[in-house]
Design a protein around this ligand. Structure first.
Ligand SMILES: [Zn+2]
Ligand SMILES: [Zn+2]
Length: 779
């Protein structure tokens, strides 16, 4: 069930991002493109407040089972058996939260910006680069409309009961934000829409909000059982079967992602710069389990097969590279390209690395017996400088480019400071401040998903079937109940796994008689035959991987390891510690007398992966990755379907400017060559505030000579004489009237900015007329 709320600010408001000049709250929280945002954690605090306010009403006295629901001090700290509304909706130490709140995005950015520009001279239309700058005054004006969603995967009578409670609580709330007590932050929250799989008898003249408030009264105030609805069977639309099991998975982050490292140091939550396979896998399992009833034996069996017996496999999702579209385009990106973590044997000059301007190139070292230690280019120059080589440690873009050098993809990080809040009591812990470091919203991540039975997968995830593939929403990582982790997912069938991270079939990469480099695209967990963790890639290990009867000569290997905790909280598996050969590790080798089928063996290894925990994406490998050849001839361009594009928020000002420019360009210079048009231009200049119909009228009735035009400018009135300037210039006059009429029409679409836009538009028109005359004189 999904409740869509709209929050309108009735006074100035301010929600800080945590940064500022000595004052923790002095900067308005904005997204990467400069629009104000209310974080889910703020809204969650708001809901907590709203529920607490509602529970303090005498009418709801009977439901105060515990201290959380305003029960007296003798009451239990939180409900354990029968749950009060507060515990049901917000969860407690014994009950997990069922509802999640999204972040709120502003709907009418421009009308808020307008207020701000005039008052503070700080533009809210700032783009990416300025988004994190510190502004001295960052109050957002009243009249801002935000929308946000309160959602749960559940659907049923209890969910409906809770929905009525949330709606009533929000409806009662009057203020929000840090300055609640100082009279700022007055707001109104209305239920805007409701999405549910319940069949609700909502009357035609009734709003959804009215309906839910009526149910609230029935259920919570009068103690009636809700009965007047039926549950639509949760139908799953069958999907068209796919030719094979491999899918490219593209994720668009709609909210920041918080993916904590296992090693959380101090109060700082670090975040991975990619989405680990285990995190994605866990998110899918969570969605599946909350959508379907696992008490049903058949469903349970399917679930276990999918998530525990390897019918579903994912890889980590690496950041996708997107070239920014042209400024005028309606979306930020139209195409994306995959990336991989840079191979450890791809060594580059420390001063002039491969991915920077003036690069000194790179060395492909796994196939070299003697590893070069110094940059050749630096050595060969006159100065004979000795510069060490080092691995790039970047995400390298797989894209065939005419320009020579490899590109890197960057991940935008967001840091937010928080006062430490006890999430159970809602109280702040004195003096504790910590920062969240999260992957910012509006970025793409990309990987591979493999599923044995797509129909079963669909039953659990309920895919939307589109022309370009399959789509669904997912929440990933930590903090998902407070505005983090919402992503949009796109699955697209691919011919082979090589299409995703390689862009070239193995036949075009590998000649089995030549040296071969095996690179780990993801971390790998390898055991030797005594089940000990492998910490290196060597001849013995490689021969074990490649199969019996294969003998290799190893040139060089570049390997790093790290320890990770294996865990899967949801599936209740025990924790253990694995040693992982990290992604990018590589080994160069040559096969002695390769058989006919050897290439097929390599292809299979690429498709299936090696080692343990393949379902979570460990052990993905590539032979002769095209990156070593600067991606020559790869096909990796991915065209984003419309629903996966990030809309560029064109401001009203920009869209108006464009439309008015188009209209002005219809004026023809030849119609305005007469010198007297200068006078008309001045008349317009002086009448930029005059209503347009009045201007048109004046032009319509205009019968005057040159002298009287000058009078007109002073008197602003029409006079009549024999010499009729505008009769000689009918074409110009008509064109002018048409363009003014057009302006009047366009302005209707910008009701709240009408006056300033008209002034600007008429000034431009006057300039244009003057330009026509003057440039005519020059010729
Ligand atoms: Zn309770
Ligand atoms: Zn160099």
């Amino acid at each position: 069930m999904k409740l869509i709320f709209e929050l309108t600010t009735l006074s100035d408001f301010h929600i800080g991002s945590g940064y500022g000049k000595g004052d923790l709250d002095s900067v308005l929280l904005k997204d990467r493109f400069g629009a104000p945002v209310l974080r889910g954690s703020t809204l969650k605090g708001l809901l907590r407040q709203a529920i607490s306010d509602l529970m303090s009403l005498d009418l709801l006295e009977d439901y105060r089972f515990c201290q959380k629901s305003n029960g007296n001090n003798d009451a239990q700290p939180y409900c354990t058996d029968k749950l009060c509304p507060t515990c049901r909706i917000l969860g407690n130490p014994g009950v997990s939260k069922r509802w999640r709140i999204s972040s709120a995005n502003v709907k009418n950015k421009e009308s808020v910006a307008q207020e701000k520009v005039t008052r503070n001279r700080v533009s809210l239309r700032t783009r990416t680069a300025e988004a994190r700058q510190l502004f001295s005054e960052e109050n957002c004006g009243k009249g801002a409309k935000f929308t946000f969603q309160v959602t749960t995967e559940a659907n049923g009578k209890e969910t409906l009961e809770e929905a009525t409670f949330i709606t009533a609580a929000f409806r009662m709330l009057k203020n929000f934000g840090a300055s609640r007590r100082r009279g700022k932050g007055a707001c109104q929250i209305h239920l805007h829409d409701l999405k549910t799989e319940l069949d609700l008898p909502i009357q035609e003249q009734q709003t959804v909000e009215d309906y839910l408030l009526a149910l609230f009264k029935e259920r919570w105030l009068e103690g009636e059982e809700l009965s007047n609805f039926s549950k639509i069977e949760d139908e799953v639309t069958p999907v068209t079967t796919s030719p094979n099991n491999f899918f490219r998975i593209v994720v668009l982050t709609e909210e920041p992602l918080l993916i904590a490292n296992r090693q959380e140091a101090g109060y700082r939550y670090k975040s991975h710069l990619y989405i680990p396979g285990s995190t994605l896998f866990g998110a899918l399992a969570w969605k599946a389990a909350s959508r379907r009833d696992l008490k049903d034996e058949k469903t349970y069996e399917k679930f276990i097969k999918l998530f525990k017996r390897g019918a579903l496999k994912v890889t980590p999702l690496y950041p996708a590279y997107f070239p920014k579209s042209q400024e005028k385009s309606e979306s930020i990106a139209k195409t994306i390209y995959p990336t991989i973590p840079s191979p450890l044997d791809l060594l580059s000059c420390k001063l002039y690395p491969e991915t920077e301007k003036g690069s000194h190139g790179f060395e492909h070292c796994a196939i070299k017996k003697e590893e070069p230690k110094k940059c050749e280019v630096c050595l060969s120059k006159e100065k004979k400088k000795e510069t060490p080589l080092k691995p790039l440690n970047e995400y390298l873009v797989i894209r065939s480019l005419s320009s020579k050098n490899l590109k890197k993809a960057e991940v935008a990080i967001k840091e937010e400071m928080h006062i430490s809040i006890d999430l159970d009591t809602g109280k702040t812990k004195p003096g504790e401040l910590f920062s969240y470091r999260s992957i910012d919203s509006n970025q793409y991540f990309l990987g591979l998903l493999e599923v044995d039975d797509f129909q079963v997968f669909n039953e659990f995830i309920n895919l939307e079937n589109g022309e370009e593939g399959f789509f669904f929403n997912l929440t990933i990582g930590k903090g998902i109940s407070r505005g983090y982790g919402k992503v949009r997912v796109w699955l697209q069938n691919v011919d082979s796994p090589a299409d995703v991270f390689l862009g070239k079939p193995i036949q075009e990469r590998v000649n089995v008689k030549e040296p071969i480099t095996m690179t780990l695209l993801t971390g790998a967990i390898l055991l030797d035959k005594w089940s000990r963790f492998q910490t290196n890639l060597d001849k013995k290990m490689l021969e074990e991987i490649l199969g019996p009867e294969v003998e290799v000569e190893v040139f060089n290997s570049f390997v790093k390891t790290k320890n990770i905790d294996g865990f899967n909280g949801y599936l209740g598996l025990p924790k253990w510690r694995d040693v992982v050969l990290v992604s990018g590790s590589s080994i160069g080798f040559k096969v002695k007398d390769p058989s006919e089928e050897f290439l097929t063996t390599l292809q299979k290894l690429e498709e299936e992966g090696i080692g343990l925990r393949k379902a979570e994406g460990f052990g993905r490998i590539a032979f002769n990755h095209p990156i070593y050849n600067r991606n020559a001839g790869v096909k990796t361009r991915i065209r984003l379907p419309n629903s996966m594009r990030i809309p560029r928020r064109i401001s009203q000002q920009e869209s108006f400017d464009k439309r008015w420019e188009d209209s002005l360009s219809t004026l023809n210079q030849n119609d305005f060559s007469d010198n007297s048009w200068i006078a008309i231009a001045r008349w317009i200049q002086e009448n930029v505030q005059t209503a347009i119909p009045e201007l048109i009228n004046t032009l319509d009735e205009l019968n005057f000579n040159e002298g009287n035009i000058k009078d007109l400018i002073k008197a602003r009135k029409v006079s009549r004489t024999k010499e009729l300037f505008l009769e000689k210039n009918t074409k110009g006059r008509e064109a002018l009237i048409v363009v003014l009429q057009k302006l009047s029409d366009i302005l209707k679409d910008y009701e709240n900015l009408k006056q300033p836009l008209q002034v600007k538009a008429l000034k431009l028109l006057a300039d244009k007329l003057a330009d026509f005359v003057l440039s005519e004189g020059e010729q």
